[in-house]
Design a protein around this ligand. Structure first.
Ligand SMILES: [Mg+2]
Ligand SMILES: [Zn+2]
Length: 217
């Protein structure tokens, strides 16, 4: 099988949701209400992320603190082995993120995977303020997501490839529904159970390697 792996970033490659934690820490909980409304489905991802940035931008954090926060983020157990496993087997990896490039890029680089292809929400940082640019947002194709993972999988999967999606969050739902094989945990696992959609539960990337090895037997 020629697998094409589509990978969520926050809470999947990293141990926590970096974007959510960033605003929780640096906007001192003032953005929580917006996130709650997004999770309820009252607003879409673009409104949620724009709202979080607007609140953060009222009192942006010192650049050194932001750098320190980004540097302190941890990678999920087995990630580097998984990247190697995919490279060895010739499975392309594409990261699909509903988060922001300003923390994704440095975290990937620090983990040694700065060469991986990723699609995320772009940002311009000016005087410590975060100005998101939703370059992947296309309301004609999906009104809910800022960077719809379902749309991206359909666009990026090549003929003959079997798509494998790995994720943990609400913003992964369209990606999971578009993929051939799904690995899920946390909110995504809950959402898929509710919708009666089959998936493989995972905790670390070692679980995924082990399962993919079984597919090939
Ligand atoms: Mg996630
Ligand atoms: Zn979508």
């Amino acid at each position: 099988m020629k697998y094409h792996v589509f990978l969520d970033f926050d809470g999947t490659i990293t141990t926590v949701d970096v974007g959510y934690t960033f605003f929780k820490v640096f906007a001192q909980g003032r953005a929580e209400e917006i996130v709650r409304r997004y999770r309820e489905g009252a607003i879409n991802a673009v409104e949620c992320l724009q709202g979080e940035c607007d609140i953060y931008n009222e009192y942006p954090a010192p650049a050194a603190q932001v750098r320190e926060f980004i540097k302190s983020q941890k990678i999920t157990v087995g990630f580097n082995e998984f990247v190697l496993y995919c490279e060895t087997n010739g499975y392309p990896i594409t990261i699909l993120s509903a988060g922001f490039d300003f923390y994704i890029k440095p975290i990937l680089e620090k983990s040694g995977s700065g060469n991986l292809e990723y699609y995320a929400n772009a940002t311009i940082i000016k005087n410590g303020r975060i100005y998101p640019e939703f370059t992947h947002y296309n309301p004609e194709l999906c009104q809910r997501c800022s960077n719809c993972k379902g749309v991206k999988i359909k666009q990026l999967k090549k003929p003959g490839e079997v798509s494998v999606f790995i994720g943990d969050g609400h913003s992964d739902y369209h990606g999971a529904r578009a993929a051939d094989i799904v690995f899920a945990k946390s909110f995504l696992a809950d959402d898929l159970r509710k919708a009666n959609v089959d998936f493989y539960y995972f905790d670390t990337f070692h679980d995924i390697i082990a399962e993919m090895e079984r597919f090939n037997r």
